[in-house]
Write a protein that binds this ligand. Structure first.
Ligand code: LHQ
Length: 255
């Protein structure tokens, strides 16, 4: 249910339940989490892309699937969705969510969880949870108000309005929106640009930003001072400074 492909340091994980708009069952959620962990451990991989097969990104929980039904809602979330979101946020490599089509419910949460969110023009996000009288989960209550503020988040959640690419750009729900026809290539090109950046420094940057999202300025300053030591001691830093002095482009991909 999750296809894997690696090109030029970019590992692409494709959700593959096309006929259901990649609605999530346990196999998809656990398979995606496992694939992310494998990508983290693989030295060939510098950037991870999560995308969907066909015209959907992810339609959220598969409402026709009975897996997880022997669990409570709480147990189900703690067993499948929550480890997935924690794995994305904790991954030592940048994760791009390449939103090729509709992202609904927990699929919308997944779309927001990436470090970089790239959309196809025809993509659409909807907080459908209230349509079936549930609360937003899989991180949406954390991500969305930080992006759009409390009031817009509440409105999107309460009314389940559909957010298209123009509004997503305006609201800061994505970094770029590409034509459908060139979407896959545009995502790959963006990912390769990211893959050429200093991997250790980006890993530490992600760590610093994640910590700062819930910390005070004082704590953020201390965290920066701690992580800057790790960055400064790494060969990447020496390469960056040497390249600057030699007036050439740095090579952060050598091993
Ligand atoms: C689907 C689904 C789907 C199954 C489309 N399931 N088949 C966590 C833990 C525990 C419990 C519950 O929830 C959660 C978190 C959640 O994610 S709750 C939210 C669950 N998701 C939804 O409620 C979304 C339901 N789907 C929709 O509202 C629409 O399908 C969207 C807006 C996603 C797309 O609309 P359209 O583009 O008009 O496509 P469509 O509705 O025609 O769907 C195409 C097919 O995909 C269709 O099947 P069919 O056999 O008729 O072709 C749908 O039934 C199927 N599908 N989403 N979640």
């Amino acid at each position: 249910v999750v296809l894997t492909d690696t090109r030029a340091g970019v590992r692409t994980l494709t959700l593959n339940r096309e006929s259901r708009l990649n609605a999530a069952n346990d196999a998809l959620l656990l398979g995606l989490t496992e694939a992310l962990q494998a990508a983290d451990a693989d030295p060939e991989v510098r950037v991870v892309v999560i995308t969907g097969a066909g015209r959907g990104f992810c339609a959220g929980q598969d409402l026709g699937d009975v897996s997880g039904r022997d669990m409570t809602f709480t147990e189900h979330l703690q067993h499948t969705y929550n480890p997935l979101v924690r794995t994305i946020r904790g991954l030592g490599k940048p994760v791009i969510t390449a939103v090729n089509g509709v992202a609904a419910g927990a699929g919308a949460s997944l779309a927001l969880a990436g470090d970089v969110r790239l959309w196809a023009r025809s993509a659409m996000l909807t907080q459908v949870f209230s349509n079936i009288a549930l609360v937003p989960d899989s991180g949406s209550t954390w991500f969305l108000p930080r992006l759009v503020g409390y009031h817009k988040a509440f409105e999107l959640m309460a009314l389940a309005d559909k957010v298209g690419a123009d509004d997503a750009l305006r609201l800061g729900l994505c970094e770029a929106a590409y034509p459908d026809e060139t979407f896959r290539e545009d995502v790959q090109a963006y990912a390769e640009r990211l893959a050429a950046r200093p991997a250790n420094a980006l890993r530490l940057t992600k760590q610093a930003l994640n910590a700062a999202m819930t910390s005070s300025l004082d704590e953020a300053l201390d965290k920066e001072a701690e992580l800057q030591q790790l960055a400064g001691d790494h060969w990447e830093h020496l390469e960056g400074v040497t390249a600057f002095k030699e007036k050439r482009a740095p090579d952060f991909m050598r091993r």
